[in-house]
Design a protein around this ligand. Structure first.
Ligand code: PLP
Length: 365
């Protein structure tokens, strides 16, 4: 076992809990006395079915997913869902999108291929453009789309928008899924790629309310038809079995996680709050670094920041790497730095980053 791995701040695919990686390694050649790796099992065999059912039950429990929601284990990623959602839900009609950053902008563009899309509110990339009752929502829209955590911009909805006109809300929660509870009373459909906060790339989770199933356009591929996938317990075609297995171990890890006298998702959320506060406080107190997102919608998961002088960027990244702090480079579209501090990032990792930030500023600020 490695003595101490570096802390990995990648936005995704992202760091995974070390105990999960160790268990995966230990079970790689022989899962549970089956004589097979999970990668080698039939998805219809009793071994894999038990892995799948446990993962689904644990996820449902962790997020308190109501009985009238189906959980689908799909492929295609967040970008795939940008097409799969309108194919299933738009009925060729109207789709309202609130643009709060790069990902919701992409979602609007993709949905335009299938539906009459209207941008009903547009933020600056550093804010959330008002509450939903100020948006120009259409009461005959098929759904309203929101990205609840903008991974590139670092903008997060700390409360889900309340859509009062009865139109279902669709949330892309790829980069903060399982970092906090979800208010299902406000949601019609939620989706997220696994590679940020859940497990390996290749698995996409979809939570869909029953009444939204069964309205897919004729051109919707069968493997992406939510009703078909739901009717077949996510096994209409071969699901991403190994990724589901790893995600299942992550769900177990979250369930057992304790912090500040709390357990499970509540403990995880509290640690995420504390990690983010530690990092933002340090950035705000500094005269070298700057986070530009408005305080009430700063992401707990993705913290973009800029150095006062771009000429220091390369040196910052090199010295961070030498200090055991990996993948801090910001997304190429916005530049600067970004620290992604998902569930699997321990408090010690954020503390190490904060220490480095202060040392670097003392030397170069
Ligand atoms: C990463 C991400 C996506 C894209 O996911 P892919 O799996 O690369 O398709 C979509 N939305 C958000 C919010 C993301 O963070």
């Amino acid at each position: 076992m490695p003595v101490q791995r570096p802390f990995n701040f990648s936005a995704g695919p992202a760091t995974l809990p070390e105990p999960v990686l160790q268990q995966v390694a230990a079970e790689m050649l022989d899962w549970g006395g089956s004589g097979m790796s999970v990668m080698e099992m039939s998805h219809r065999g009793k071994e894999f079915i038990s892995i799948y059912e446990q993962a689904e039950a644990d996820l449902r429990e962790l997020l308190a997913v109501p009985a009238n929601f189906r959980i689908l284990f799909m492929q295609g990623g967040g970008l795939g869902e940008n097409a799969i959602v309108p194919l299933n839900l738009s009925r060729g009609g109207k789709v309202d999108v609130a643009v709060t950053g790069s990902w919701s902008r992409k979602s609007a563009a993709e949905a335009r291929r299938y539906a009459d899309v209207q941008v009903v509110a547009e933020g600056s990339g550093r804010n959330i453009p008002g509450s939903a009752n100020t948006w120009s929502l259409r009461s005959d829209a098929a759904y309203v789309h929101v990205c609840t955590n903008e991974t590139i911009d670092g903008v997060e909805f700390h409360e889900l928008p309340r859509i009062d006109n009865g139109v279902p809300l669709v949330i892309d929660c790829s980069s903060h899924l399982l970092s906090r509870p979800i208010d299902w009373s406000r949601v019609g459909l939620a989706f997220g790629g696994a590679q940020k906060n859940i497990g390996p790339a290749g698995l996409t989770l979809v939570f869909v309310r029953d009444d939204l199933l069964g309205h897919a356009l004729d051109i919707c591929p069968s493997a992406f038809n939510y009703k078909t996938v739901a009717d077949n317990q996510s096994m209409f075609n071969t699901p991403p079995t190994f990724a589901i297995y790893v995600a299942g171990l992550v769900f177990q890890w979250v369930k057992q996680f304790t912090y500040a006298g709390l357990q499970g998702l509540a403990a995880m959320e509290q640690r995420n709050i504390d990690k983010a506060a530690l990092l933002y406080t340090t950035l705000d107190a500094s005269s070298l670094y700057e986070n530009r997102v408005e305080a009430d919608c700063r992401s707990r998961m993705n913290v973009p920041f800029y150095l006062k002088d771009d000429a220091l960027n390369e040196r910052f990244l090199a010295e961070a790497k030498a200090a055991g702090l990996l993948q801090l480079k910001g997304h190429k579209s916005v530049g600067g730095m970004r620290a992604s501090i998902y569930n699997a990032m321990p408090l010690e990792g954020v503390q190490a980053l904060v220490n480095f930030l202060k040392e670097f500023e003392a030397r170069h600020g």
